[in-house]
Design a protein around this ligand. Structure first.
Ligand SMILES: [Zn+2]
Length: 245
């Protein structure tokens, strides 16, 4: 474990002492040459194991929805071996896979290969990633009375979210590009309270992992999040969900 992490509380649970350092975004999401500079945070064994399980799932599934060369390379070179090690997941994906007709923005139709995604696993992982990134930028865990609320937006929804929410505290805005763009995030924080924050995450370009509507429209998925005191964030997040999703 890094010396500066010794004795620190876990970035994810803020309850147990850290026993290890954890890559906020697992390095095995990316081809070897792109793994430098990925942020690390202190983590306890339980959270590290839990996140490791979620990441193993995501590393086998997310590359199927990639629109970034790194995701495509992982799909070509690593996913098969990973699925061989996890027969249960392999079976699940095989049973759920199908070809779906997709209407492109220009009106043409094509058939795409689709696999089922366990939303709960994906969103739990994204929430842990947000907590890790917050630790990385604030050097302290999300306070226990604070929550992370995640959103999965369509193209229209993310536009509104950027315009009305991400543009708050403009002077605090940062965009970070890692792994040659295979992992990117934008965030802004409240000047008085850095844990009051807004995020947009992007793994493998835009993951095409959202719903396919009855008319074959592929709703691309943009992952965004809010963090802050529960009593302020929950009503705001509920209102956003009602309007923008
Ligand atoms: Zn923990």
């Amino acid at each position: 474990m890094k010396k500066e992490f010794k004795g620190k509380l876990c970035a994810y649970c803020n309850v147990r002492r850290a026993t290890t350092d954890d890559h906020v975004i697992g390095k095995k999401f990316f081809p070897q040459p792109l793994r430098g500079n990925l942020p690390k945070v202190p983590a306890c064994k339980e959270c590290n194991n839990k996140k490791g399980d979620l990441e193993r799932y995501a590393m086998a599934v997310f590359p199927f929805g990639s629109s970034h060369p790194a995701g495509e390379e992982m799909l070509r070179t690593k996913v098969e071996a990973r699925l061989k090690k996890d027969q249960r997941l392999h079976r699940q994906l095989r049973q759920g896979q199908r070809d779906v007709p997709v209407v492109n923005p220009n009106g043409t139709t094509e058939t795409r290969f689709a696999i089922p995604l366990d939303d709960e696993k994906a969103l739990t992982l994204f929430a842990m990633i947000i907590k890790g990134l917050l630790w990385h930028h604030c050097q302290s865990p999300l306070p226990s009375a604070y929550v992370v609320r995640l959103f999965s937006f369509t193209d229209v929804g993310i536009g509104l979210f950027r315009q009305h929410i991400l543009s708050l505290s403009q002077e605090q805005f940062q965009m970070i590009v890692l792994a040659e763009g295979a992992f990117q995030y934008e965030f802004t924080r409240n000047t008085q309270d850095p844990f009051f924050s807004v995020w947009v995450l992007n793994i493998y370009g835009l993951l095409s992992m959202c719903d396919i509507t009855a008319d074959g429209q592929l709703l691309r998925c943009h992952v965004a999040a809010l963090t802050g005191p529960a009593e302020e964030i929950n009503p705001l997040a509920d209102a956003i969900e009602k309007k923008a999703l």
